[in-house]
Design a protein around this ligand. Structure first.
Ligand code: FES
Ligand code: FES
Length: 154
């Protein structure tokens, strides 16, 4: 039986096993390849999406766990063609190199700013430490999140 959830503001139904991990449903079944899979084991954070506004590792989240819930991927952050403030800040700070970790970083930062709109740099570092960047852009990522917070990221 298909499993339905809201994806980036639109209802979708997926005919897949409930145990299939969300990252593979998003990328393989729904064609949203902005969500990346690095470790596939809940360790690196590359696959981070929002589920009801909270950061979730989609490589370790079964499809059945999001039934009836709101899932936001990197493709769903812009509004009427305008990038989210966190996306703008990442661009302004060139807070990426290869870009593989970037969608997960941005969504994790969005979840943080939703809970704590004015985090200190230490709080940002703490919230982002589970998201790994093999290119070593962590410093610029912290700068970007800090700037997005100053600007009142939604
Ligand atoms: S791919 Fe999901 S945590 Fe690494
Ligand atoms: S920019 Fe390459 S892994 Fe972070």
């Amino acid at each position: 039986m298909p499993i339905s959830f809201n994806l980036n503001g639109k209802k979708v139904s997926v005919d897949a096993a409930g145990s299939r991990m969300l990252a593979y449903v998003l990328r393989g079944d729904l064609g949203l390849t902005g969500t990346k899979v690095g470790c596939g084991a809940g360790i690196c954070g590359a696959c981070t999406v929002l589920v009801d506004g909270e950061a979730a590792r989609s490589c370790s989240t079964p499809l059945e766990a999001v039934a009836g819930r709101e899932v936001t991927t990197i493709e769903g952050l812009e509004r009427s063609g305008a990038l989210h403030a966190v996306q703008e800040a990442f661009l302004a700070h060139t807070a990426f190199q290869c870009g593989f970790c970037t969608p997960g970083m941005i969504l994790n930062a969005c979840a943080l700013l939703r809970k704590n709109p004015r985090p200190t740099r230490e709080q940002i570092a703490q919230a982002m430490e589970g998201n790994l960047c093999r290119c070593g852009t962590h410093g610029r990522i912290l700068d970007a999140v800090q700037d997005a917070a100053k600007g009142g990221a939604r």
